[in-house]
Design a protein around this ligand. Structure first.
Ligand code: NAD
Ligand code: ZN
Length: 357
């Protein structure tokens, strides 16, 4: 099998943090000979747009992205070239694979060995420290691309690679069992609407928190049992306690983009409850009662994307139809307006960009 690889491609480039996105049509594509051992070239079919891409483009995090930058880390495409002298290669030309946030890790350090590949000191991050999926071709790494299950539509698979993997893993480690209550601040967004569904696959009872009629409708249609509009509610803690028989929820997975989404969690969790911190406001701090964190035996965990196994598991559940990404399909030229929509909070679910033509 061989593929014809063009010398140039269409790509969305951010020249420096905070700069406008430029859609270039003459961005160079690496040739097969230029790929290092372990690298592969993937011709993209589509890519999701994550709020993390917006943080990277704005430069509003305490860690900086490489610039000039091609963002994007929810890509699906076909392997069209593999670097010479790649040994023990788990993929082959023509395979359909996914590109996730964690592009590569060493696989040998303590973190990798313990399954926390995302904390590897040599981790490469798609669309942040290495160019990502807002281009027709992306260079990725044979050990970390994720096989896409046969028959699973690429557009539907794209956002499982970040939004899906991340919420799947956060719920997996949330110390919950079927019948438990889980609160999801940010439930109407890209991560949140998948969290509602992954929670349902585990028999959890969902209290969705977000704002606006479209997100309310989406969350309730996906199986949330209760809805709280954070802009309208006078007392979120009281409402959650009322829904949960007075005791509070067993867990919260916060995918809200603002610190406000975190503030009341220790108050609305019941004793022994678990807070999974996922949303990444760049500068907010988390202010909670130390006394009640101890007195109620509250667990607080940071949950950062997922490893290769989490990606396989999250995709498998979605490929079987138990979790569906609710997305609108757009073109690469719509990236700037998609960021605007995310910033204004008007994107219910996800935007996926068609990269085929
Ligand atoms: P999104 O914009 O699609 O969704 C965020 C949602 O949060 C929106 O619907 C918004 O209305 C809602 N929200 C804002 N303030 C809120 C509040 N006070 N209470 C409840 N809801 C509130 O964004 P996304 O793509 O789902 O990403 C969400 C966040 O998660 C971003 O900060 C992103 O960088 C981060 N993220 C983290 C990881 C990780 O590994 N931990 C992975 C991917 C994304
Ligand atoms: Zn993401």
């Amino acid at each position: 099998m061989s593929f014809t690889i063009p010398r140039t491609q269409k790509a969305a480039v951010v020249s420096t943090a905070g700069a406008k996105i430029e859609i270039k049509t003459d961005h160079p594509v690496k040739t097969q000979a230029e790929l290092a051992p372990g690298e592969c070239l993937v011709k993209l079919e589509c890519t999701g747009v994550c709020h993390t891409d917006l943080h990277a483009a704005l430069g509003d995090w305490p860690v900086a992205a490489n610039t000039p930058l091609i963002g994007g880390h929810e890509g699906v495409g076909i392997i069209v070239a593999i670097g010479n002298n790649t040994s023990h290669c788990p993929v082959k030309l023509g395979d359909r694979v996914g590109i996730k946030w964690l592009a590569d890790s060493c696989l040998n350090c303590e973190h990798c060995r313990k399954g926390r590949e995302q904390n590897c000191p040599e981790a490469k991050l798609s669309g942040f420290t290495v160019d990502g999926t807002f281009a027709q071709y992306v260079v990725s790494y044979v050990n970390h691309v994720t096989p896409i299950p046969e028959g699973f539509d690429s557009n539907a698979a794209a956002s499982i690679l970040c939004a899906g993997v991340t919420t799947y893993r956060a719920i997996k480690y949330s110390n919950t069992a079927a019948g438990d209550w889980i609160v999801l601040p940010g439930a109407g967004g890209g991560l949140g609407h998948l969290a509602v569904q992954y929670a349902r696959t585990r028999g959890l009872r969902v209290i969705a928190i977000d704002t606006g009629a479209a997100k309310k409708k989406l969350c309730l249609s996906l199986g949330a049992e209760a809805w709280i509009d954070f802009k309208e509610s006078k007392d979120i803690v009281k409402e959650i306690k009322a829904h949960t028989g007075g005791e509070g929820a067993h867990a919260a997975v916060v995918t809200a983009t603002s610190g406000a989404g975190y503030q009341q969690a220790v108050s609305y969790l019941r004793a022994g409850g678990t807070l999974m911190a996922v949303g990444l406001p760049g500068t907010a701090t988390f202010d909670s009662s130390i006394f009640f964190t101890v007195f109620k035996s509250i667990n607080i965990h940071g949950s950062y994307v997922g490893n290769r196994q989490d990606a396989v598991e999250a995709l498998d559940i979605a490929a079987r139809g138990d979790v569906k990404c609710h997305f609108e399909l757009k073109e690469l030229g719509d990236l700037a307006s998609t960021y605007e929509g995310m910033q204004n909070g008007t994107v219910a679910g996800r935007v996926v960009l068609n990269m085929k033509d």
